[in-house]
Each structure stands twice: as structure tokens, then as C-alpha cells.
Design a binder for this molecule. Structure first.
Ligand code: TRP
Length: 453
């Protein structure tokens, strides 16, 4: 009846695919601006703690659920538990994917807009910070520009998911991801040669501990989930294409390492320029779009750098949006019996509609605020800072307490026997994190952020 489930061709194939989902606008656009809004080094310190103490253990748990059940998020919980509540947690992941996609595609649209500007050369005119900021302001104040690019990006995403995730995008991302990495390294080196860039390093790596408060910790935790694509079943789904031979803990470490290094390198690029050009670090989502053009305009070979950079960034965003729409599509195909193409058209269009108020949050709806946030900020906050950590909380509880840890222990050891033979305490460490540390930390952070603690 059913054809056997496809599996990743190689170990490195899985790591690269998962890193491809993880690395995206979250690393290059979101991480630097959050660091800028939340005090720089203090935020980065808390962020790395969140990745190590919560992100990696939850990543292992999520992949393990997927590998064991060999299904999408809702289907996996249906295989593993009769609890309707957990089927609902899978469902919340699908909703989170839907909401994240709606605001993510707005920013992804900007990257395409900037790619056009880079190609026709106009981007190179913005050689000082004020001009680049003003240009970003002018562009994003145009509702038509925003909505049009959102639609273009959603059409690209839907096109790929519609025809199935083919060789094209896999091959494309295998070339573009390393290229993005090399370009970032190049930018970083150039950025560090600018006068005053050392102030950026100071800002990024010399923490002012007084800056840490519950908002900073919530932002760091939300960002760890967002950047590692955790808490909504995306990694669970990728894990469902793994076999028992794959080493989950080691792969997870690699994914976390690649994801975090790209974010830190992007941070160095941006903040060396921010400080060398005397800009404000805390301007929010516009940060990279105000700073990068200045570097491209100044550096030798800037046109090529700019074109390749925005092309690679658009592609990195596309590999992330594809994985988000794929979760929504797979749910309606597997669980509700929809035809793939219908699911893509219906839900892709609905996501685009939900994205429109986000696209208008920078212009027509800029003054329309709910609890002090624009529609864009609100959807970003609810999905990343609330839904993802809540999803992560219940994943940790499920694997730590409900699934049966004796079974879990055997399952996670499959493919990584040597590692656990050598370091038997790792499993105890992981268990303590999943049972106590991750859930307690997530709850404290969530409650304090909504003002209860
Ligand atoms: N992690 C991606 C980024 O950093 C975004 C992303 C893709 C995502 N899939 C996800 C975030 C699933 C949360 C959940 O750009």
C-alpha cells in the first residue's frame, strides 16, 4: 500500500538539511537586531546559555520523537500517545508554523527587494548610515512595495512546496549556504578593518550584567527556539526521515554549532558597522537593512558582494519558508486527506492574507497597536516568544516524563551507542534537563514575561 518512507541519503545530508532549516533570517536579521535591543553581550550570553541548556536537549527530544514515530507532528503524537492534549500540542505547532510564515515572508520580501536594488546598482548610493536608513524608511513606507514583495515571496514558497521539494532547492541550498557563510566571513573581516569597529566587539562580547532582566531572557529563549526551528515540530518532521543508524545527539550538536556560529558572525558583521558608522544598535527589525548597504557601498567589489549576499540570504529565507509551509501542508495531506496541491494553494493564500497586516505595519497600519505592538510585532511575539517555548515545554515533559524514560533511553542510544558507552552520564544529564531544568526555566521565563512573576 504505502510506499516506504523516504530517508536522508547520508548523515551529513540530514545535518545540512536541518541546519538549512535552522539557518535563515533568524540568524542574520533577527539575532543582530534582538541583541541590539537587549543590551548586546548580556543578551548573547543568555542566548548561548539557552541554546546549551534548553535548545540542544529539546532538539534531541524533538528529533527522537520524529525518528521513532516516522510521522508529521500531529501524526507522531497520535502514534506515541492517546492523549488528546498532545495531539493538540502537535496542532499548535501547525498553527505556529502558519503564523511564523506570515511575518517571516514580509522580511523575506524585503531581502528580494534589496536584491533587485543590488542588481541595478542603486543600493551602492547609500554610502552613509543616514542615507541607508532613510532609504529603508522610504521603501518600507510604501505599502505597495511591501505587500507586492510579500506576495512574490509567498508565490515562490508555494511554487516549491506545490511541485514537491525537488533536487533544485536542495542543490541550490547546498551551494548557497556555504556561499552565504563565506560572504559573511568576508564581510566580517572587512567590517573589522573599519575605524571604530572595535566598539562593536566590545558591545557584543563585554557584558553589562545590569542589562539582564526578564524581557531579555524571554527574548533570548524565544530566539533560541526560533533560530533552531524548535517547538513546533519542524525538526520533529526532519527527524522522521532518519533511521536507527543515525546519531541524534552528535547531529544535534552540529546543527546547534552551525546555527549559533552563523548568528555570531552575522552579529560581528553588523555591529562592527553599526559602531564604526555611529549608528544606534537598538533600531529593531530594520537593523541589517540600514547597515549593510553602507558596507557594500564602501568595500571593493561591493556590487558583487551585495548581489551575492542578498541572493544567498533570499535563498536561505526560502529554505526556511519552504520548511514552514511544508509542516502546514503535510498536516492537511496526512491527517485530513487533502490533496497536496489544494493544501498548498489554500493555506499558502491564507498565510499571505495574514501577512498583509504585517506588511502594512511599517506604513498604513503603523499606528494600529494592540498591547503596544504593531500587528507584525504582535504575531512575531505570540508565535516566537509564546507558542514555540510552550511547544518546547510540552516536548520536554513528554520525553522526560510521559513517554517512559526506560524506553526513551534505549531509543536515543540507537545510532549513538559509542557516545553513551564513553560518557554514560550524558543520558542522566539529558534526563535531568528534560525533566526539571528546561520545563522550570521555560515556565519561569513565560510567567515573568506576562507579568505574573
Ligand atoms: N530557524 C529559521 C531561521 O532562523 C526559521 C524557521 C524555519 C523556523 N522553520 C522554523 C522557526 C520552524 C521556528 C520553527 O530563520
Amino acid at each position: 500500500m504505502n510506499s516506504p518512507r523516504e530517508h536522508w541519503g547520508s548523515k551529513i545530508g540530514f545535518i545540512l538539511a536541518a541546519a538549512g532549516s535552522a539557518v535563515g533570517l533568524g540568524n542574520i536579521w533577527r539575532f543582530p537586531y534582538l541583541a541590539g535591543q537587549n543590551g548586546g553581550a548580556a543578551f548573547i550570553f543568555v542566548y548561548i546559555l539557552c541554546v546549551l541548556a534548553i535548545g540542544i536537549p529539546v532538539l534531541i527530544a524533538e528529533i527522537l520523537i520524529g525518528r521513532t514515530a516516522q510521522k508529521n507532528p500531529v501524526g507522531s503524537f497520535k502514534v506515541l500517545t492517546t492523549s488528546k492534549f498532545y495531539h493538540g500540542i502537535g496542532g499548535m505547532g501547525v498553527v505556529a508554523g502558519f503564523v511564523i510564515l506570515s511575518f517571516y515572508s514580509v522580511v523575506a520580501g524585503w531581502t528580494i527587494g534589496y536584491l533587485f536594488e543590488a542588481i541595478n546598482g542603486s543600493l551602492l548610493n547609500y554610502d552613509v548610515a543616514e542615507k541607508a536608513s532613510e532609504h529603508f524608511f522610504v521603501l518600507t513606507h510604501d505599502p505597495v512595495w511591501n505587500v507586492l514583495l510579500l506576495v512574490v515571496f509567498m508565490i515562490l514558497t508555494m511554487g516549491i512546496v506545490y511541485f514537491g521539494v525537488q533536487k533544485g532547492i536542495e542543490l541550490g541550498s547546498k551551494i548557497m549556504m556555504p556561499l552565504l557563510f563565506v560572504l559573511l566571513l568576508g564581510l566580517m573581516i572587512y567590517g573589522l578593518t573599519l575605524d571604530g569597529s572595535y566598539k562593536g566587539l566590545d558591545y557584543l562580547f563585554n557584558p553589562d550584567w545590569s542589562k539582564i532582566n526578564s524581557d531579555v531572557i524571554l527574548a533570548a529563549l524565544g530566539q533560541a527556539f526560533f533560530s533552531m526551528s524548535l517547538g513546533m515540530g519542524a525538526m520533529l518532521t526532519y527527524g522522521s526521515y532518519l533511521t536507527k543508524k543515525d546519531n541524534i545527539p552528535v547531529s544535534s550538536l552540529w546543527i546547534a554549532f552551525l546555527d549559533t556560529s552563523v548568528a555570531i558572525i552575522a552579529g560581528i558583521c553588523i555591529f562592527s558597522v553599526v559602531f564604526a558608522t555611529g549608528q544606534n544598535p537598538d533600531v529593531g527589525p530594520s537593523l541589517i537593512f540600514r547597515t549593510l548597504p553602507v558596507v557594500f557601498a564602501k568595500m571593493p567589489g561591493g556590487w558583487y558582494f551585495a548581489v551575492f549576499f542578498f541572493f544567498a540570504l533570499s535563498l536561505a529565507a526560502l529554505t526556511s519558508t519552504v520548511s514552514l509551509l511544508e509542516v502546514v501542508t503535510a498536516y492537511f495531506v496526512d491527517e485530513k486527506g487533502w490533496k497536496r496541491k489544494n493544501a498548498v494553494i489554500v493555506f499558502g493564500s491564507l498565510v499571505t492574507l495574514l501577512g498583509i497586516p504585517s506588511a502594512l505595519s511599517f506604513n498604513a497600519l503603523a499606528d494600529f497597536k494592540i498591547i503596544g505592538k504593531t500587528f507584525f510585532d504582535l504575531t512575531e511575539f505570540i508565535s516566537s516568544n509564546l507558542m514555540l517555548p510552550i511547544g518546547g515545554f510540552f516536548i520536554a515533559i513528554f520525553v522526560g516524563w510521559l513517554w517512559g524514560f526506560d524506553k526513551v533511553k534505549l531509543l536515543v542510544k540507537e545510532g549513538s551507542e559509542k557516545l553513551f558507552d564513553k560518557f554514560p552520564w550524558l543520558i542522566i544529564f539529558w534526563k535531568i534537563i528534560l525533566r526539571f531544568i528546561a520545563p522550570v526555566l521555560i515556565i519561569i521565563v513565560l510567567l515573568s514575561s506576562i507579568g505574573i512573576l
